[in-house]
Design a protein around this ligand. Structure first.
Ligand code: NOJ
Length: 447
């Protein structure tokens, strides 16, 4: 059973929806900068205009209200608030987020803030970015500005969205901004600084928040589930295991230090003396208690960067896939909460889950997306099963509230519950949004 105050929500991220990339004093982020090179993203696309949510946020919040959302997770564009990343604050940027928060509260929707969802300030990147030893402090200063401005109305905070992706994807494999492939040694510096930045952010929020805060991170990682050939114990082991090839995309690499205050044994085996070292005070900073274990989860998988020429343990000839080629594996919403709760012993928050589909406007003017309804029905039943088994789950944020800029895949991959016609900006509630509205109204009993 879902608790009465279950947070049925949806999510987005600033760079993917806002647009207005250079308006009202906003500075440049690395995604703003690197995507001006038209070879970076599909069709040479970028987030310059995106869904124009910056100008249309009232209309968007009205649609969220129509769906009946209880919560909305969005991120702050760091350079909208502090154009150069550090120092001078841009009041117009603060005003935008403050107005958005007011609009949400007016609509009865709980605002949830992600502090960093990848669009790192370009000016700070030029100073070394996350490699610079000052970078945790730069982040802490920015977090303080946001907390001072919004914490009288915002309770839910997430420090980093998917560090696996912005560091692994952006700094190691080079398929996300800033498109770098760093050495193993530089990667350790990057991780170290992001761990410290997370810790400093948690301290800043705890010390300065006006409303008693609920703080977490929003990582991702390979979650394995049992199959005919994989026992539950083996699935659990693989969910927290990693090697020198895939550690940066794993769950335990990020979460164990933060949730348990230590690296897993396998990190010591894999890295030996090259492993990051923290002083006692730094460990205390990094592993301050969080209020929930929040995470993004889409599919069961054995490898976050699968070799597309092969099937993994969860796929077979013709197996169900979304348009990003991800496995449809509903049981992941049972096992992921279960495995994470067992290991980290904190209430669970699903910060992202959803699917990309080949949506378009039908002849009747509506957007019919039966696959998404079926996907959601299957996944949410599994989440319900987790709650029935006693796993405390606080909320579920569908990714995404509206179609948006899917990073290097551009606009082709439509994850939204609200269809966006990018030529006109027109929004249409998809069938799945109406279905979700019903589920929310019944607090999940309609599933
Ligand atoms: C992960 C990311 O947080 C989000 O930005 C992305 O669009 C979705 N998942 C889908 O890939």
């Amino acid at each position: 059973m879902f608790k009465d105050d279950f947070l049925w929500g949806a999510a987005s991220a600033a760079y993917q929806v806002e647009g207005a990339y250079d308006e009202d004093g906003k500075g440049t982020g690395i995604w703003d900068h690197f995507t001006q090179d038209v070879t970076r993203c599909a069709h040479g696309e970028n987030g310059n205009i995106a869904c124009d949510h910056y100008h249309r946020y009232k209309e968007d919040v009205a649609l969220m209200k129509e769906i009946g959302l209880k919560s909305y997770r969005f991120s702050i564009n760091w350079t909208r608030v502090i154009p150069e990343g550090y120092g001078k604050v841009n009041e117009a940027g603060i005003r935008f987020y403050s107005d958005l928060v007011d609009e949400l509260i007016g609509a009865g929707i709980e605002p949830m803030v992600t502090l960093f969802h990848w669009n790192y300030p370009y000016e700070l990147y030029r100073k070394g970015g996350w490699k610079n030893a000052d970078s945790p402090e730069w982040f802490a200063q920015y977090v303080k500005v946001v907390v001072d401005a919004l914490s009288d109305r915002v309770r839910y905070w997430f420090t980093f969205n998917e560090p696996q992706l912005f560091l692994g994807g952006g700094h190691k494999i080079g398929f996300h901004a800033p498109f770098e492939e760093n050495s193993a040694k530089d990667m350790m510096t990057l991780y170290r600084n992001v761990f410290l930045a997370h810790g400093k952010a948690v301290s800043v929020i705890r010390r300065n928040a006006k409303l008693s805060p609920m703080i977490g991170m929003a990582p991702t990682g390979s979650v394995c589930i049992p199959t005919d050939k994989i026992t539950e114990d083996e699935a659990r082991r693989r969910t927290f295991d990693f090697d020198s090839e895939d550690y940066f995309f794993s769950n335990a690499w990020w979460a164990d230090p933060i949730m348990l205050g230590r690296f897993t044994d396998c990190a010591c085996d894999v890295f030996g003396d090259d492993l990051i070292s923290f002083t006692k005070e730094e460990w205390e900073l990094v592993s301050q208690p969080l209020d929930y274990y929040a995470f993004n989860v889409y599919q069961a998988q054995t490898d976050m960067v699968p070799d597309r020429s092969k099937y993994d343990d969860y796929s077979y000839i013709g197996s169900p896939r979304t348009t990003t080629d991800w496995n449809v594996t509903p049981e992941v919403l049972y096992y992921a909460p279960k495995f994470f709760y067992e290991r980290y012993k904190k209430p669970i928050m699903i910060t992202e889950n959803g699917m990309a589909n080949t949506d378009w406007e039908f002849e009747d003017g509506k957007v019919h997306d039966p696959q998404r309804i079926d996907f959601l029905s299957r996944y949410l039943k599994e989440l319900k099963r987790a709650t029935d088994d006693g796993i405390p789950v606080l909320g579920y944020q569908y990714w995404s509230i509206m179609d948006n800029f899917e990073w290097t895949s551009g606009y082709d991959k439509r994850f939204g519950m609200i269809y966006v016609d990018y030529r006109t900006g027109k929004r249409t509630l998809k069938d799945s949004a109406l279905w979700y509205a019903d589920v929310i109204r019944s607090n999940g009993s309609k599933l």
